[in-house]
Structures are given as structure tokens and as C-alpha cells.
Design a protein around this ligand. Structure first.
Ligand code: ATP
Ligand code: MG
Length: 566
């Protein structure tokens, strides 16, 4: 349970479970659930909850259900349910049972009748506006509805007729009878059923009344024998209602609701409503756009699932505010990919180099390991020939001091190849450098060369004739402000969209070994970063790569360093 070396970091929830197990509170059983509403795609915040719920169940030999919280027929969609299942499995978790709150509609209805029969619920006919007025405020108590004391039989009769469809939408509701003067507004006779004529994705038109979340959630938990109902802090004020419902109906399980802080990622938004708006208004290409912090976007961006689990483990679980820099996620992804990804050469913004003293038609094969620390990943042979491509950034006509890459009259080492000397710079009519004429130094071949000549810079390259053409998409953060949705400057979050969050490079040159890459294969492009073959757009004969993350902190910083010759 908790004495092996793979034990996850402890946290206050695990401590509660340890205590419960020690006291035999749930007979040593641990049962959790992850309860998404299928009205959008899962995001990185949900990953925190998934890793917690499924992780706790796994580590304590317990169970975790996936339960769709589908009591609101308005916003739900089968596409979302399927995506949620796919994303949870991708993260590496499997549920004990796949359930729907809508499966409990009949039982929920019976429990509502039980509350009515105990005079703990009543049918109210105040209008929505009146109900708001009667509710009171944080400072003032509410007032009792004139319908509050109607006889049990009358409420029962009306509730049954609500179910039978005798009334219009909104004409009446069922409310719990608790306390209109309660300091906690959630306890001021909350609505537990409303009339809504709307087709439900699972129950069809069987129902025209639907239970509210607070009534549904606790009963669903109890019916499934959940021991620890883990949720985010905004439900703390709902806990008294959770407990009140379960204390007042006939059910033998009473799960403990425990709240933890939700995860907020800086320079991103993690609200389904806002994510949906980004998609619906076309600010991104879809829920799985690689700039989105949805799990499907993160996956498409190339973050491996173990990095997401590691990230969730690192940020931990507590009640303290949990705002995390995007760079933390990037750092974890780098650690994972630097171990797993094969390293290859790719030139994203090419400039041609012609080696004037290299024989025409000659091709040498350079043996290059895929990973410097992991020989078990093998090696490939890279063709070397008279015409090559190097990165535009690796040449400067008029460089600052300490620039160690190529410059007129300068020399640089081609990784796994030779030292070359830049003899001539060819420009087009506009003065743009279009080609470099260089000579290679035949005695300097990596590994076998006899010369002891040394140069300070080493750059990557690909053989022009053998290169694979590719499109590479380079992403930056989607927002320019850390908390785009905090409204502090009186602006909408959309005003902080980063106009440069996507750069599409269509003239990239990959080394010859990249001619048969499968979607979702990961690579390090040497000196550039980690890249993944796009799951949708990539084809082995028409490669499309997404940059997952740069090698170091930020692209801008690297570019700046390069310009300064650092
Ligand atoms: P959103 O605000 O994005 O719409 P939600 O809470 O409405 O999220 P649900 O589908 O109800 O989304 O969430 C399912 C579970 O995931 C809930 O238990 C919820 O507490 C948890 N969850 C949602 N967002 C976060 C977050 N940012 N951090 C941690 N847990 C979260
Ligand atoms: Mg919710």
C-alpha cells in the first residue's frame, strides 16, 4: 500500500484515507469516482482530478468509476463523452465501471418522493424572479415561500404530476425544506428538481423533470458505494447540502466529500466555457488544437502521458491556491522526451551550402547514434554529399564578436561530418543570401579524421539530395497575459490572445531517415527542440510535425542568445 519505493507523494487526502483505513471506517475499502460533465473536452485541470482519483484507487487497491454527470440535457453531446473516455485511457487509467448519473433517474425520483413524504421537500410555485427575491443575501436571511407549508399530500400530488408532464417548463420546482435563514445560501431551500422538456441523450423523452446537480451527485456517490468523494474547493459550501441529503434519505452509504484546490495554468484558460468559445469562434482549430490545454490538444502537441502524470504528481494536492506556470509542464515534458525521443537532424529554415571541393555525385554515409546516452536506441546512416542545407540562423554575414557559427571566411563543424570553411556568399537581386560556397576539410571527418583542427561551433545539416520535405508548426503560448480571464484590466480574455502563437514553416528539410515516420512518433530535432508527427495531418510521404517544446526555456531567449553569439 504505502511502503514500496514507487509510493507517490503523500497529501492530506491520502492521510485521511490512511486514518480511515486504520480505523476501519469503510472496512478498509477505497472507492473513488471521476465525474465529468460531458459538455466539453477534458483539460489539464481535469488531469489533476483524474490522477488523484484514479491514482488513489490504484495505490490503495481500490476502485475508481468514470461517471458522466449528465443530468443537464441542454449542453451534452456524445462527441464529448467519447473524447473524455479516450483522454482518460490515454493518460493511462482504466475505470472500474462506466456509469451515468442519468442511470439513476428513477432512484433519484424515488428519493425525492421520500423527502416529500418526510416533509423535507415541497413543490414551490414562486417564479424564478420571486425566488431570487425570497432567497435573501449574504447579509440578510431569506424569507419562506408561501408554498413552503403546503401539505405533504399536495406536494406529493404536484410532484407526481410534474413528472407526468402536466405543467409547463418553469411553472413549479421541487425544493428541499431546510432553512431559509441559513448563513450558507446553498442551504436556503435549494431547488432539487425542475421541469424541462428536452430530449436527453440517454433517456430520450422519458423525463420532463430533471434533478439538480447537488441532489444528484451525493446520491450517485452513495449508490456506487464511493468512500471518498474528491472534488474542487468551490464545492466546499455545498458539502452541508451533500450531507443533509444523504442524512435524510434511506441509503446505507455516506461518502465523505473532501475538497482540494483546482489547478490553474498561467498563460492559458481552463474553463470549458472559455475553451468552447475559443473553438466555436475559430480562434483555434478545434478542441485538439496543439495550443489548447485540453488533454487532446496537449496530446497532439506531443506531450507524453507520463509527463502529464509526473506533472500532476509534482504539483501535488492541497487546499492552497494552485496556479502553475506553463513552463513547469514544459519542463516535465522535456525531461520525459529527452530520455525517450530519438535525436535526428532537421533544418527548419534552410539555406543551401555547396561544398565546392567535394566530388560531384559522391555520397558518404555517416554513422549517427540516435541517442548519446542510450546506445540501445541504435543508430542510422546519414548521407553526406556536395550540397547540404544548414539553418539560416547558423550563418551571419556580419556577426558580433564571439559568434561561433558560420560567417564569411569562418569555419564550423558539421555534426558527425567535416569542418567546412565559408569561401563565398551568393545573394539574389534583393541582396538576400541564397547560397554559401564552402570547402570541406577532408581530414576532419568526425571520429576518423586525422587532423587535430578544432573549431568552436558545431551545427546541424542535412544532405540536399536526400532531404525529406516537411511542414513544421512552431507553437507559442496562446495568451500574452498570465491570467487572461481575471478581468482585472476590464478586458475580455480574448483580447489577450497571442497573435504569434502559431508559425507554420513549409520549407523544412529533414534528414533522409525521416521518410517513414508514423503519426505521434516523437523526435528531438538536434539543437531545436522536441517534435511530434501530427496525429491528424502527418503522412509518411508528406510529413507534418508539431513542435512540442523547445530545448531550453523559451524560443525567444534562444534566438536572442544566438543573435548575440551566445
Ligand atoms: P470547468 O470549470 O472547466 O467547466 P467543471 O468543474 O465544470 O470544469 P466537470 O466536468 O464537472 O468540469 O469536472 C469533473 C471533475 O474535474 C470535477 O470533480 C471537478 O472538480 C474536476 N475539475 C475540473 N476542473 C478542474 C481543475 N481546474 N483542477 C482540478 N480539478 C478540476
Ligand atoms: Mg462541473
Amino acid at each position: 500500500m504505502s511502503d514500496d519505493s514507487t509510493t507517490k507523494k503523500s497529501n492530506f487526502i491520502r492521510q485521511i484515507i490512511d486514518r480511515d483505513n486504520a480505523s476501519g471506517k469503510h472496512g478498509g475499502r477505497v472507492a473513488t469516482r471521476f465525474p465529468p460533465e460531458p459538455n466539453g473536452y477534458l483539460h489539464i485541470g481535469h488531469a489533476k482530478s483524474i490522477c488523484l482519483n484514479f491514482g488513489v484507487a490504484r495505490d490503495y487497491g481500490g476502485t475508481c468509476n468514470l461517471r458522466f454527470d449528465d443530468t443537464n440535457p441542454e449542453k451534452e453531446d456524445l462527441e464529448f463523452s467519447r473524447a473524455i473516455e479516450r483522454d482518460i485511457r490515454w493518460l493511462g487509467f482504466e475505470w472500474e465501471e462506466l456509469l451515468h448519473a442519468s442511470d439513476y433517474f428513477e432512484q433519484l425520483y424515488q428519493y425525492a418522493e421520500e423527502l416529500i413524504s418526510k416533509d423535507l421537500a415541497y413543490v414551490d410555485q414562486l417564479s424564478a424572479e420571486e425566488m431570487r427575491q425570497f432567497r435573501g443575501t449574504l447579509k440578510e436571511p431569506g424569507r419562506n415561500s408561501p408554498y413552503r407549508d403546503r401539505p405533504v399530500e399536495e406536494s406529493m400530488d404536484l410532484f407526481r404530476r410534474m413528472r407526468a408532464g402536466e405543467f409547463e417548463d418553469g411553472e413549479m420546482v421541487l425544493r428541499a425544506k431546510i432553512d431559509m435563514a441559513a448563513p450558507n445560501i446553498n442551504m436556503r431551500d435549494p431547488v432539487i428538481y425542475r421541469i424541462k422538456r428536452m430530449e436527453h441523450q440517454r433517456s430520450g423523452d422519458a423525463w420532463c423533470i430533471y434533478p439538480m446537480y447537488d441532489f444528484t451527485h451525493c446520491i450517485s456517490d452513495a449508490l456506487e458505494g464511493i468512500t471518498h468523494s474528491l472534488c474542487t474547493l468551490e464545492f466546499e459550501d455545498h458539502r452541508p447540502l451533500y450531507d443533509w441529503v444523504l442524512d435524510n434519505i434511506t441509503v446505507d452509504c455516506h461518502p465523505q466529500q473532501i475538497e482540494f484546490a483546482r489547478l490553474d495554468i498561467l498563460y492559458a484558460v481552463t474553463s470549458k466555457r472559455k475553451l468552447k468559445q475559443l473553438v466555436d469562434e475559430g480562434h483555434v482549430e478545434g478542441w485538439d488544437d496543439p495550443r489548447m490545454v485540453t488533454l487532446s490538444g496537449i496530446r497532439r502537441r506531443g506531450y507524453p502521458p507520463d509527463a502529464i502524470r509526473e506533472f500532476c504528481d509534482r504539483i501535488g494536492i492541497s487546499k492552497a491556491e494552485n496556479k502553475v506556470e506553463l513552463s513547469v509542464l514544459e519542463g516535465v515534458a522535456r525531461d520525459s522526451l529527452s530520455h525517450s525521443a530519438r535525436r535526428v537532424m532537421a533544418v527548419l529554415k534552410p539555406i543551401k551550402v555547396v561544398l565546392t571541393n567535394y566530388p560531384e555525385g559522391q555520397v558518404e554515409e555517416m554513422e549517427c547514434p540516435y541517442h548519446p546516452q542510450r546506445p540501445e536506441l541504435g543508430s542510422r546512416k546519414m548521407p553526406f554529399s556536395r550540397e547540404l542545407y544548414i539553418e539560416q540562423d547558423d550563418f551571419m554575414e556580419d556577426p558580433p564578436r564571439k559568434y561561433f557559427r558560420l560567417k564569411p571566411g569562418g569555419a564550423v563543424r558539421l555534426r558527425y561530418g567535416y569542418i567546412i570553411d565559408c569561401q563565398e556568399v551568393i545573394k539574389d537581386d534583393n541582396g538576400q543570401v541564397v547560397e554559401l560556397r564552402c570547402t570541406y576539410d577532408p581530414d576532419t571527418r568526425s571520429g576518423t579524421g586525422t587532423s587535430d583542427r578544432k573549431v568552436k561551433g558545431t551545427i546541424h545539416w542535412v544532405s540536399a539530395d536526400h532531404a525529406v520535405d516537411a511542414t513544421v508548426r512552431v507553437y507559442d503560448r496562446l495568451f500574452v497575459r498570465a491570467q487572461p480571464a481575471d478581468g482585472k484590466e476590464g478586458k475580455d480574455f480574448l483580447e489577450y490572445l497571442n497573435p504569434d502563437s502559431l508559425e507554420v514553416l513549409t520549407d523544412c528539410k529533414l534528414e533522409a531517415s525521416m521518410s517513414n515516420v508514423q503519426p505521434e512518433d516523437h523526435f528531438q530535432f538536434e539543437r531545436l527542440g522536441y517534435f511530434v508527427a501530427d496525429v491528424k495531418d502527418h503522412q509518411p510521404d508528406a510529413p507534418v510535425f508539431n513542435r512540442t517544446v523547445s530545448l531550453r526555456d523559451s524560443w525567444a531567449k534562444i534566438e536572442q542568445q544566438q543573435k548575440q553569439g551566445g
